[in-house]
Ligand binder design. Structure first.
Ligand code: NAD
Ligand code: MN
Length: 367
């Protein structure tokens, strides 16, 4: 039996609710494939910040480093500034562990009422909405460089620098093209804004163009990010892999998740493809203070993130079981959380997924 040690950062708000509901499901899926997951919980987040002034201890990164993976719920609380919570925990992990790929599948699951109406009133076919965002996750707009000057004066000024490097763009572009090359449609859209952002995004376009030369089977083109956002709504069937910078990918993937029905469905993987450091898996949503504590948060994005983690850990059979069970429960439609029009709670949905894990090893995920 192979064994993997996973650091659990449940975090704040609905984070602990969706994580606690998901762990037994992932345990069982792994067990069915002869894999054992060993969870080690770290109580970091906004409570920790209130007690110690830090979201995680000073040696937090050293403590996480030896793990095979990190499983994260969400962080953030209304009484703690968001730049403190996100900058204090998530961004340092992504950056220190060179998790430069943020992989965010965006798929319309069969059985959900579509948010987008089909053209001419025809039902919207789920298979026409199947994208994955490859978001640059280590530099760009989120490097945190800049400052506030002359605070409080009428001349107050804020500078927020973005930093794009040839190496940083190249490695994430290579990952995205490689991924597109292995998918059936082999399409790639690169999100740019080189008409207005004449330094960073022109470099982005040049490097993407160079990397594209190595992938002649992939059909690709750049889109200005605003037009790409519109295209996700008007012509989702024309999109497959979306390559985007840190900020653009953040925005486009929330849009993609909302278009599939709920932010609560969408998973994310923060990958260090070289495996020199642990990768981190999380739902893309935040701590959802508006529904926290009520047991109604959708656990599917977290479960799906768990499937991405199982795949990364070398247990594709267990990953396929979780994904197949998610698809089965959603298609059945009897056990859904309220934001999808259902009446089930977090634990009930997770339990329904657990009960379907045994189904024929799970359906293989479509590409
Ligand atoms: P959010 O994702 O927490 O919530 C946006 C909306 O989606 C809310 O109406 C919420 O109820 C709904 N929602 C989110 N997850 C859901 C789920 N699993 N099931 C059902 N509904 C769900 O975004 P926000 O409100 O902008 O941010 C809240 C806090 O989370 C802030 O402190 C923010 O900084 C933080 N945040 C953290 C992360 C992270 O931990 N990775 C990501 C985004 C935001
Ligand atoms: Mn986001």
């Amino acid at each position: 039996m192979s064994r993997h040690r996973v650091a659990v950062l449940a975090g704040d708000g609905i984070g602990p609710e969706v994580v606690e509901a998901s762990l037994p499901v992932l345990d069982e899926a792994a067990g069915l494939e002869g894999v054992r997951l060993e969870w080690v919980h770290f109580p970091w987040g906004c409570d920790h910040w209130q007690e110690t002034g830090r979201m995680m201890p000073a040696d937090g990164l050293d403590l996480l480093r030896p793990f095979d993976a990190i499983f994260l719920g969400a962080v953030g609380r209304p009484d703690v500034p968001d730049h403190v919570s996100v900058r204090g925990l998530i961004l340092p992990i992504r950056q220190a562990f060179h998790q430069y790929v943020n992989l965010r599948p965006m798929e319309l699951l069969s059985g959900l009422p579509p948010v987008l109406a089909g053209r001419g009133g025809a039902p919207f076919p789920p298979e026409s909405f199947r994208m994955v965002c490859v978001r640059e996750n280590s530099e760009g707009e989120y490097v945190g460089a800049g400052g506030r000057f002359d605070q409080g004066s009428p001349d107050e000024r804020a500078e927020q620098l973005s930093v794009f490097t040839r190496r940083g763009i190249e490695r994430v572009a290579r990952y995205a093209f490689h991924l597109a090359d292995r998918r059936s449609r082999r399409l790639l859209a690169s999100a740019t804004k080189s008409n207005a952002w004449q330094h960073a995004m022109v470099l982005w376009d040049e490097v993407v163009e160079e990397v594209a030369q190595d992938f002649p089977r992939v059909t690709w083109r750049p889109y200005h990010v605003d037009a790409l956002a519109a295209r996700m709504v008007s012509h989702p069937e024309s999109l497959d892999v979306i390559l985007a910078s840190n900020l653009f990918g953040d925005i486009l993937s929330d849009l993609g998740a909302a278009l599939t029905g709920s932010l609560g469905l969408a998973p994310g993987a923060n990958l260090n493809p070289e495996r020199s450091y642990p990768s981190m898996f999380e739902p893309i949503h935040g701590s959802a203070p508006d529904i926290a504590g009520r047991g109604i948060a959708n656990p599917i994005g977290t479960l799906w993130a768990g499937a991405l983690m199982l795949e990364h850990l070398g247990a594709p059979g267990a990953a396929a079981r979780v994904e197949g069970a998610i698809r089965a429960v959603v298609a059945e439609g009897a056990t859904l959380t309220p934001e999808l029009g259902g009446r089930a709670g977090t634990v009930e949905v997770a339990e329904a997924v657990r009960l379907r894990l045994g189904d024929a090893g799970g359906a293989p995920p479509p590409s």
